[in-house]
Every structure is written in structure tokens, then in C-alpha cells.
Design a binder for this molecule. Structure first.
Ligand code: RB5
Length: 152
């Protein structure tokens, strides 16, 4: 992967995973600029604010990417997908991470810190960062999703 920026955010439930995960990702992908968008402690915060922060940055960039972590990965995913241009997906195993890129051109991966261990989270993000979108029939379907966005 060439030079790229990846925006990373969590709520309090995701904070304990975000910190070690970020450190491992920075070491494994020195060409990627990982930007920590908070939260910066385990004090209670509201996940939609961090989903908006990360998704807004991702949507504003050509080929931007983001990582969002909350307790389940689900609330972040719902909130991020409200931002135009975002294709946020939740991953729990390697196949879901791979297919989210190959079929859905996922631009934000959502992780559940209360549901998956750190080692698996790291493997999921690695798979997601290094897997290419397959295009072809999948592009047609993404165009259909874009049209749904226009109707909203
Ligand atoms: C916070 O308690 C929790 O609800 C949040 O992290 C997330 O799991 C929501 O989907």
C-alpha cells in the first residue's frame, strides 16, 4: 500500500483496544499515517461524536480510510454510515474483513472491543488494509448504494 492516512477513533469502551492496536499498526505499517482522533481516556463519551469525526475525515479524502472501535463495533458502524460516501463495515473474523474490502470497498472498519481480543483485532485490520476491492459486478452494486444515498 502506498502512503495513506488512516483516521482512528473510539469511545470509552474501545479506548483500551485502540491504544495497543494503534501502536502495533504503526509498527507494522510505517508508510501509513495513523491519526488518532480520540477518545483519549476511558472516561465515558458518546460514540456518535467519534464516528462523525472519523467518518467526516474519511469522506473528505480521496480513498480515505478509518478505524472505529466501540464496545460492539455496531453503534459506530450505524453512526458512520450516516455520513455520505462512507461504507463502514463491522468485522469479527478474517473472512468478514477480507470480503468487506473485496465486495464492499469498505472505507471504515468497525471493531467491538468487548467482543474480540487484541490479537484478532490486529489481524482483522491487517487483512482489511491489504485487501483490494474487486470491482466488476461489485462496482455496480456500490453505484446502487450511492443512488440510495442521493434519495435519502
Ligand atoms: C458503550 O457502553 C457502548 O454502548 C458502545 O461502546 C457501543 O458498543 C455501542 O454500540
Amino acid at each position: 500500500m502506498s502512503q495513506k492516512t488512516v483516521f482512528v477513533g473510539s469511545d470509552h469502551a474501545g479506548y483500551a483496544l485502540k491504544q495497543p492496536l494503534l501502536a502495533r499498526l504503526k509498527a507494522a505499517f510505517p508508510n501509513i499515517d495513523f491519526q488518532d482522533c480520540g477518545t483519549h481516556s476511558s472516561d465515558s463519551v458518546d460514540y456518535p461524536n467519534f464516528a462523525e469525526k472519523v467518518a467526516g475525515q474519511v469522506a473528505a479524502m480521496q480513498d480515505g480510510r478509518g478505524i472505529l472501535i466501540c464496545g460492539t463495533g455496531l453503534g459506530m458502524c450505524i453512526a458512520a454510515n450516516k455520513i455520505k460516501g462512507i461504507r463502514a463495515t463491522s468485522s469479527w473474523n478474517i473472512e468478514s474483513a477480507r470480503l468487506s474490502r473485496e465486495h464492499n470497498d469498505s472505507n471504515i472498519i468497525c471493531l467491538g472491543a468487548r467482543l474480540i481480543p487484541e490479537d484478532l483485532a490486529f489481524e482483522l485490520v491487517k487483512e482489511w488494509l491489504t485487501t483490494r476491492f474487486l470491482g466488476d459486478r461489485h462496482s455496480r452494486r456500490l453505484d446502487q448504494i450511492r443512488k440510495l444515498e442521493e434519495k435519502a
